[in-house]
Write a protein that binds this ligand. Sequence first.
Ligand code: ATP
Ligand code: MG
Length: 469
Amino acid sequence: MTERLDKTPVLIVDDDPSMRAALRQWIRLAGFATQEVATADQAMAKLSSDFSGCIVSDVMLEGEDGVSLLRRIGDLDGDLPVVLITGHGDVPMAVEAMRAGAYDFVEKPFDPDHIAEVVRRACDRRSLVLENRALKTRLSDSAGLESRLIGSSPAMQTLRRQILHFATTDAAVLITGETGTGKEVIAQALHDFSHRKDGPFAAINAAALPESMVEAELFGHEAGAFTGADRLRIGRIEAASTGVLFLDEIVSMPLGLQPKLLRVLQEKKVDRIGATRPVDVDVRLISAANMDPKEAVRTGRLREDLLFRLNTIELTVPPLRERGRDSLLLFDTFLNRFAVQYSMVAPVTSARDEAFLQTYSWPGNVRELRNAAERFVLNAGVSPQPLETLVTGRQGAGTVPAAGGLKELMDTYERSLIEGALRRHGGHMAEVMRELNLPRRTLNEKMARLGLSRDPDGSAEPVDRQEKS
Ligand SMILES: Nc1ncnc2c1ncn2[C@@H]1O[C@H](COP(=O)(O)OP(=O)(O)OP(=O)(O)O)[C@@H](O)[C@H]1O
Ligand SMILES: [Mg+2]
């Protein structure tokens, strides 16, 4: 009879075949799957710290007694429940066994209902222990992820949840987002929080390689496959086996190679250049794009069938300017990290710097912000400057007062918000109104009061009140 896989296993350890048969019968009747062995060594070979059931062992085993087996199991995993079967009148032994950490003991001749009851309790205890452990791992995982993928905006919280959830699967993931938004951080996290974490994380960026080299780099080649290929070469895909293959900037993958890549994904086989037989590979594929991949399909740069294989799961990383106060949190974290790295004191940011952090458009996203934090730390000791000057090169720009009352600060904040929106929408007033949720008249009045023009870098020319859109 084959056991259903979802039944909890009970390992029976007894050197007497007739005892094993009796235990098997009662324990199976109680709804468990059984495994049987005759010696302590065989028992140890069957057990691991993720064994999900309990052990029922005779206290007298050939060569080794049940109590010493109990100690060995305890060394493997102190929470594995062991039920010992003792002979009639073996009370001192039973007492010793309980002291050594046995879950319970049952005296021979045993009552089948009693055995079933004890086994059930032991297995319940075990499943509780394993559940708690899994919960703890999940919690510490998510804590680890929070310091790698920083951000408390709803979008980042959702992303972290998605990463932990999808990390446990082997489904292909496509990560899209502007440059510097953290796509590689996410790909690495999907690897590190998965069962493939001990396998390789092989990243390849087709855009960074000459097109002629991409094929050999990805697929490898046999010795003598082409001029110059004097030795066998294992490609990146094959080398990533048991781990993750990260295809960065997938849109730059040469069109001619895309069908070959598709075959890898569909058949889990790689054809080295010049090989007569394919090689099996076991990789999880993660890819990234900083332009809309559907647009790349429309313009003929990406094959649609390949895209459908890549984007089983699609994760979209929002640009930094859409993450609310995350820029403050990230900047503060980077300041402290760089201060430690350079053994310097972390400089204090002014209200003016904070207003800038939240309103600048950060076209280079987190990468740009991180560089700014590094320079801010390094400059602080010699020639401290407002962050805005450091990032944009604009000398103070006259927009943000170095100090001032609430009114000045509010104006500054308002000005930088409107300025940011104008810049983002290229001076398109209807878009600015929509983003800031302001009627045209209010927006015009504010712009006039704050000396802002539709062209954010130009001089304060009069605002066009006639614009139709
Ligand atoms: N949420 C975040 N928390 C902490 N660091 C981050 C975060 N997002 C990005 N970074 C850091 O910002 C830098 C850029 O991130 P990453 O290389 O992952 O971006 P990318 O999206 O792959 O950019 P590109 O498209 O240019 O390749 C890295 O130094 C990374 O560690
Ligand atoms: Mg990248």
